[in-house]
Design a protein around this ligand. Structure first.
Ligand SMILES: [Zn+2]
Length: 300
């Protein structure tokens, strides 16, 4: 009996999407929280008379949808106006590199001898030679297809690299470039100047977790012990904001991302408890209410 079942094939790498290559709001907000808003400059002067009227937000800063950008080649325009989930067609060098790596690791994982090829180096040379040949054949058949290229991405970043790239609310696959000053003020207003939504607390993640635990009713911890088991609260959840075009980019939607965070379990637990309580209290009754808030009002 073999010690393991070998993998059957060599799989192609997953190529990055436009989002992954162009969106830069993450490093930007990191820098913003570290250095403060005063370190962020408005770049709009450069775009006056260049970008159309629709590229400006109600506050007079740039908030430009990719398809409105001017002065780009066809390839870069395609990147800017495509669905940003689309993947980027790799260049010859990346394809050859990835193919060679994939074949070599297949050889290694399945303990196949590379001796007939003159060792690992010989095998590697042989595979990249073959990949090069395949590429020429491949690229001649796809030459006329519409696709997003690395060159287009590079040109877009070179020409409009001083903007903060993200999407807009309700249009999560649309590429939008924001003046850094505008994006910074939206981020700060969303998280720091909205006391009815977020309260600023000077507290460590562990301290915050203890506070959350303290406000929970007694029975909760024993009803859902799995939500508390073996978790250390040593990091914060990540957050981001998505500007709203409906309001002329003067406000943004806040998103708190609990992926991989210990509080995620607690959220699930509370959701489950609320559902159970809802069934117990409301039963099969209908409230003839348009929203949850209305229904709660009637229930009261
Ligand atoms: Zn500006």
């Amino acid at each position: 009996m073999p010690l393991h079942l070998p993998r059957v094939g060599v799989s192609e790498a997953r190529w990055p999407s436009i989002q992954e290559r162009v969106w830069n709001y993450k490093p930007f907000t990191k820098k913003l929280t570290r250095k403060g808003a005063s370190a962020v400059a408005c770049v709009c002067d450069r775009f006056r008379g260049v970008l159309p009227e629709a590229a400006w937000s109600a506050t007079g800063h740039v908030a430009v949808r990719g398809y409105l950008l001017t002065g780009l080649s066809k390839k870069a325009r395609e990147v800017a106006s495509a669905n940003s989930k689309e993947t980027i067609f790799p260049g010859k060098r990346s394809v050859v590199e990835h193919a060679t790596e994939a074949v070599l690791s297949f050889w290694e994982e399945n303990v196949i001898s590379s001796a007939p090829w003159g060792g690992v180096e010989g095998l590697s040379e042989r595979v990249s030679w073959r990949a090069n040949q395949e590429w020429d054949l491949h690229s001649s058949t796809i030459a006329n297809l519409h696709h997003i290229t690395e060159n287009g991405v590079r040109e877009l970043k070179r020409t409009y690299g001083d903007l903060v790239w993200h999407c807009e609310d309700h249009q999560y696959t649309r590429l939008v470039g924001y003046c850094p000053k505008l994006y910074a003020s939206l981020f700060i207003d969303t998280f720091f100047n909205a006391p009815d939504v977020f309260r600023v607390e000077r507290v460590s993640p562990g301290g915050a977790a203890r506070q959350v635990g303290a406000v929970l009713p007694r029975g909760v911890r024993s009803a859902v012990p799995w939500a508390f088991r073996g978790r250390t609260f040593d990091k914060l959840a990540s957050c981001r904001c998505i500007p709203k075009s409906k309001k002329g980019f003067t406000t943004a939607r806040c998103i708190i991302d609990f992926t991989g965070h210990p509080l995620k379990r607690l959220h699930q637990a509370i959701g489950r408890i609320l559902k159970d309580v809802g069934i117990e209290v409301a039963g099969e009754r209908s409230f003839n209410a348009a929203t949850t808030v209305d229904a709660i009002g009637r229930l009261r």
